[in-house]
Ligand binder design. Structure first.
Ligand SMILES: Cc1ncc(COP(=O)(O)O)c(C=O)c1O
Length: 379
């Protein structure tokens, strides 16, 4: 049986993490570490399926977290690897634990740094950084652009208090989303022009995430060149914290056709939901791919796929197929490991999809199964 036949045997809805694809991504990321001596960290916000953290730990330096919970997850599940954290603002009650478990804690403002500085420096162990905003980004959608006008993310040069950086070991920027090394190159020019003078006083620079390193057309040689340039010029360690690049194309969401109806076109209702199980389809928005389908009207049978929820706009997209769909037939959405599992919800009482691992030897392993109690417990 091929991969698709195997995953179609599973009860739906379910996510399937594809171990082989994950390893392929990790090998590429590890090669960047090996060629540059930089450190690659998994941004857990994109993918936190910790049952594969031991596998990830074999290839890359560690993880980064968006706050205490993700940091703790890495601490509990990834063993002895680096843990970094950045949050736009930390709470007093979380800070002691972060100090105990994190290697790097990155602050978003001088206000936060000054608030926690004394406690931070007296702790010993962790290193501290500041997120800067180079005011340059090539992201066109504001919701994903940390450099949009009046953004709260990162310190602009105008607000950089150069007399307050004693105790700070590194700088961090995150300004990219699904972009290539050419974008990084243009971004670094701004980072260097604005903050280069401070980099000479630092131990590290973190390039953030948004690097599409494991996409086939990504220019890994250029990334290597840019990392080496920064390392050599400023004598700093370089960190990158991709989320997507770790888990890209490393998972499926399997669904079953529940009903077929018509309203000006053929409609199919499936047992999954854009709003609940793949919210980026509505938020980004984008049209996920289905194995064996094409754009509408390319193949003989076109359907609009929608969810069994009340939300009129809970439409996944329009797809054409070689054969007419049948009730009970299973469909496979691709690239569903990242930003889907971490973002899902039970709106309308929709069941959460189970999570399976498709092992390299073709066996499937049930990682998590959810039921009514999971829905009820959160309410
Ligand atoms: C600070 C930071 N680091 C890393 C990432 C990971 O980005 P990506 O999944 O696009 O690589 C994000 C995403 O929002 C981020 O905000």
């Amino acid at each position: 049986m091929d991969k698709y036949e195997i995953v179609k045997t599973l009860p739906t809805p379910c996510y399937v993490i594809d171990e082989e694809a994950l390893i392929k991504n990790l090998i590429t990321l590890k090669s960047v570490e090996q060629r540059t001596g930089c450190h690659v960290l998994l941004a857990q916000k994109a993918f936190s399926s910790y049952s594969v953290y031991p596998l990830i730990a074999k290839y890359i330096s560690g993880t980064t977290a968006s706050g205490l919970f993700e940091a703790r997850l890495a601490y509990e599940e990834m063993g002895n690897r680096q843990i970094h954290v950045f949050s736009p603002a930390y709470k007093d009650e979380d800070f002691d634990e972060l100090l105990d478990i994190c290697d790097h804690i990155v602050f978003n403002s001088f206000g936060q740094w000054k608030h926690f500085r004394e406690k931070a420096l007296s702790h010993g162990g962790a290193e501290f950084g500041l997120r800067v905003n180079p005011e340059y980004s090539e992201i066109e959608t504001d919701i994903y652009n940390p450099c949009f006008r009046n953004s709260r993310l990162g310190i602009t040069l105008e607000n950089f208090e150069e007399n307050e950086i004693d105790g700070i070991s590194g700088l961090h920027f995150h300004t990219m989303c699904e972009q290539g090394a050419e974008t990084l190159e243009r971004t670094l020019r701004y980072v260097e022009e604005k903050f280069g003078k401070y980099l000479y006083r630092m131990k590290w620079l973190n390039f953030g995430g948004g690097h599409h390193i494991t996409k086939p057309d990504y220019n890994v040689d250029k990334l290597v060149e840019l990392i080496n340039h920064i390392k050599n010029k400023y004598n700093v360690e370089v960190y990158i914290e991709p989320g997507e690049a770790v888990a890209i194309d490393a998972g499926f969401l399997i669904t079953t056709v529940l009903d077929l109806t018509k309203n000006g076109m053929d409609l199919a209702i499936v047992d999954t939901s854009a709003a609940c199980h793949m919210p980026d389809v509505l938020e980004m928005p984008y049209r996920p791919l289905i194995v064996g389908s094409e754009l509408p009207y390319v193949l003989p049978h076109t359907y609009r796929l929608g969810a069994p929820t009340c939300l009129a706009g809970d439409v996944i997209g329009d797809y054409s197929f070689e054969n007419a769909l049948r009730i009970g037939e299973k469909l496979i959405f691709t690239d569903m490991a990242m930003y889907s599992i971490v973002k899902n919800n039970t709106f309308n009482g929709m069941p959460l999809p189970s999570i399976y691992l498709l092992k390299t030897d073709g066996r499937t392993e049930l990682i998590k199964q959810f039921g009514y109690e999971d829905f009820k417990r959160r309410l």
